[in-house]
Structures are given as C-alpha cells and as structure tokens.
Design a protein around this ligand. Structure first.
Ligand SMILES: *Cc1c(COP(=O)(O)O)cnc(C)c1O
Length: 400
C-alpha cells in the first residue's frame, strides 16, 4: 500500500492506519519516519534558492516528519492539504483568522468548545467581526441567520459537553448557498467516525491532543482543507508562524497507528457504561448520541460510523456534584480527554446564550478510558452513592 492509502483492493481502517503517511523504502527501510528538527534547509545553488525549487525550503513550511502526518490525515479526511499547529485551540483560531475580516459576520454554534467562544469574543470581536451564536439543533433554520456578509459558519458535532448532534449536510448546503465557508471541529468523532468533507464541510479541525495523541502527553492541532480553501489557509499558517514541533508531530503519527483499536475499546466501554448508567439510581439522563434514547440518535446513525468515549450524565435534582467527583477513585478529575485513563468533570454552561439547556441536576462529563469496564462501573456507583448521601440542608432529596 502507498502512503496515500491507495491500494489495489479496498482495505480496512486498521490496515490503513498502520501504513498511511509514510513509505519506509523512502528512508532506508526504517519502519518509522525520522524526527527532523529543522529551521534551515540548504539549497545546492543560487538559482534553486532564488526559485525555491526544491521539496523542502524552510522548517516552518514542513519537513519529512510533518509531511508523513499531514499525508496520513489527508488520507483519513479526504482533504487537499493539512497544516499542523501547536494545539487544538490554535487549530480553531487559524482558519477563522484566515477567512474573517472587519465587517464580516460569523455564525458559531452556541454549544462550541468554550475556549473557541473565548477566541471569538476576544479576538474576532476586536477585529470588527460580528459573532452570532446559533442553537446546535437549528438545521435548515440556519438560512434565516445567514446574511450577505456571513463568511464563516462554524460547527462542532456532537456539541461540547451536551452532545447535541448537528445536521451538518443541511447546514453546509445552506451556508454554501450564501457563499460562507463551513468549518467543523471534528475532535470528538475523529475522521474514523465522521468525515466532514464528505458532508459538505470545507475545513475540518482536530485537537490531535485527544484521540490521535491518546496518552495525555502532548498538544497538537490539525486543520484539513478542501482544494478551494487550502491556499488561503496555507497563507495564514505561514503568516502567523505557528508550526507544530517535530517531536509532537512524530508522537501523533505514532498514536494514529493504534487509534483504531483504542477507539474501538473506548466506544464499546463508553456505550456499555452509558446504557448501564441510564438505569442507575441518582441519574436523571445520559447524554450519549449512540443511545437510542438520545434525541439526535437518528442523525448520528445516519452520518457517523461510531462513537468515541466521551459523554455526559445529568445527576438527579439535589445531587451533590462535588461529592460525586470526590468519591471517584479511578476516574481522575481533569480537563481534556482522549487518553487511556478515565476522567470526570462538572460542566458549566454559564457562557451559553441560546442553548444553555434545562437540566434536572448537575451535568458531569465522563471520558471513558481503557480501564476494565467493571472497575469503572464500580467507581461510578461509588460516586452516585456519595452524590445522594451528602445532601445539604434544604437540598431536594425526594427524587432520590
Ligand atoms: C480539547 C479541544 C480543543 C482544544 O485542544 P487543545 O489541544 O487542548 O488546545 C478544541 N476543540 C475541542 C472540541 C476540544 O475538545
């Protein structure tokens, strides 16, 4: 199989993940690519230098290491090109800076990753871009919000923390009718479970910090563009000077090789735990799009190939969220997700404007890691017991 994933017969995703991006015969047969640390690249003569007529010209433009990861991601995303930046947050900021100018209007889902909203409110508004938030379940209703100066429609599906699934094909069609560029933060699904460009998205964004990295030991972002949007993205990437570092790039390529088997395990454990939680005392609701009880389950089933390991639970009214979290012994309390170990955190939706939701009790986000399912269930049961034993005076315990 060639590094762009082409093969005489179709092969499975894990076969592709094992081989895409890099051809060992191109580097003395070594199975993995070299980690190239580089600023300067030498040219053989003045004319080649003047014309920049060679494959690599400077560290910020790419190296054999970044090329291997970019080609692998392009194969997975079906994109014309990918750029690598030092964090997922930078991967969100870069395309918005590339496509928005003073006087433009941007539509961003209200359920967006909170630091994306902070970037929009702080930087875009200071640039003179009008930012408007829309409800994640808007679907075709987005037409009513599009204006002649709407240049970007920013989507994220499922929603950060609350897991509404967006109707991406419908939103993308409406946005394109108005000539807006459609961007999607696809971190939750990874390109294994959702392929944005096949559903009309122009630019697909990932925090490779999460499942591609997979070990909570690095930060990296990827931005993958179709042919129409790539030149403008590339120009801003060079102008900002934010290439990802070589060691992190290498580690993400290394992570991709096992991402399929890791995700299969995350998916299975998370679904089993989510359906078990639906029947546990002290739980009001489980927000996981892979459950048939989820209001957007049909859209998820239509568009996605699977579910990763992150979802939320709504504790029953009157539950003590801190007691729940403090009782956990295996789940760690920490931000981020996509790594091998399980994490829990309480979600704060105070920054939402049109989709804050109406929840019966505290909202807790769970990242299901690679630990054994029975151990994780016992840990969660311990948390749920604690959440309902330590009610403060006056707290409503009746539903428990
Ligand atoms: C974590 C995350 C990011 C940011 O990634 P970092 O590498 O932590 O900056 C962006 N979008 C989503 C949906 C995320 O979960």
């Amino acid at each position: 199989m060639t590094p762009d994933g082409k093969c005489p017969t179709p092969v499975g995703i894990n076969t592709r993940l094992a081989h895409i991006g890099y051809e060992p015969s191109g580097y003395f047969g070594f199975v993995n690519p070299p980690v190239v640390h580089a600023s300067t690249v030498l040219f053989p003569d003045a004319q080649t230098m003047a014309k920049r007529d060679q494959k690599y010209i400077y560290g910020t433009h790419g190296t054999p290491t970044t090329e291997a990861l970019c080609r692998a991601i392009d194969t997975l995303e079906g994109s014309a090109g990918t750029v690598l930046v030092p964090s997922g947050q930078a991967a969100v900021a870069l395309p918005m800076l590339a496509f928005l100018s003073v006087g433009d209007h941007a539509l961003i889902t209200d359920s967006v990753y909170a630091p994306t909203r902070q970037f929009a409110d702080l930087v875009l508004s200071r640039m003179g871009v009008e930012v408007e938030y829309y409800a994640p379940r808007i679907g075709a209703g987005i037409k009513r919000l599009l204006r002649s100066n709407t240049k970007v429609v920013f989507t994220e599906s499922p929603a950060s923390n609350t897991f509404e699934v967006q109707d991406i094909p419908v939103i993308a069609r409406a946005a394109h009718a108005g000539n807006a560029v459609v961007m999607m933060d696809n971190t939750w699904a990874t390109p294994l479970f959702f392929r944005p460009l096949e559903h009309g998205v122009d630019i697909s964004i990932h925090a490779a910090t999460k499942y591609p990295g997979g070990h909570a030991d690095l930060l990296l972002g990827t931005v993958s563009a179709n042919a129409a949007t790539l030149p403008r993205l590339w120009e801003m990437f060079l102008a900002l000077g934010i290439p990802a570092a070589p060691d992190d790039t290498y580690q993400v390529l290394r992570g991709l090789r096992t991402m399929g088997v890791r995700l299969a395990h995350h998916q299975k454990s998370a679904l089993e735990i989510a359906s078990w939680l639906e029947h546990q005392p002290g739980i009001a609701r489980v927000l996981h799009p892979g459950l048939s009880s989820h209001p957007d389950h049909a859209i998820w089933k239509r568009d996605f190939f699977g579910a990763s390991g992150v979802f939320s639970i709504v504790l029953a009214g009157g539950s003590q969220a801190h007691a729940f979290l403090d009782a956990l012994k295996i789940f760690g309390l920490g931000f981020s997700w996509g790594s091998y170990s399980s994490l829990a955190m309480q979600v704060d939706l105070a920054d939402r404007t049109v989709a804050a939701g109406d929840f019966e009790g505290p909202l807790i986000r769970l990242q299901i890691g690679l630990e054994d399912i029975e151990d994780l269930k016992q840990d969660l049961a311990r948390g749920l017991r604690a959440a309902r034993c330590t009610g403060q005076p006056g707290a409503d315990q009746s539903v428990l």
